[in-house]
Design a protein around this ligand. Sequence first.
Ligand code: HEC
Length: 103
Amino acid sequence: MANDRATTTPPGSAPSGAPTAGAPGATGPGAEIYLDYCTSCHNAKMRSLDQTRFTRVQWKTAIEKMISMGTQLSSDEVPPLLDYLVQTHGAPEDEAKRDNSVR
Ligand code: HEC
């Protein structure tokens, strides 16, 4: 795979822990994996994930579900994809915990 483009500029000054509601400019290996494997079924027109906010664990579960449905993701592509999804569509862990204990 040719990967000559200079796409390594990080988002920069985002403080870790601050939830960013959708980072449209996110780039990197995870973003490319997402484009390659997920947007054929999840895009603005179809099953949009734009509003989805999952914790890391929830994303991992969802990725595993997609793999079991036939998405041909290799195991070393999961971690960067997970990082990308948590960065761009993350939910605070303790909010999920609270949800679980409430119901
Ligand atoms: C072949 C089409 C297809 C591909 C490729 C695909 N999905 Fe899905 N995805 C679906 C369908 C269909 C559902 C609904 C499944 C269901 O409700 O049981 C779904 C559901 C989901 C959900 C909701 C899961 C839940 O339990 O609520 C998430 C999140 C998701 N996909 C993420 C992804 C990610 C991330 C990728 C890329 C790794 C991906 N999908 C690739 C078809 C696809």
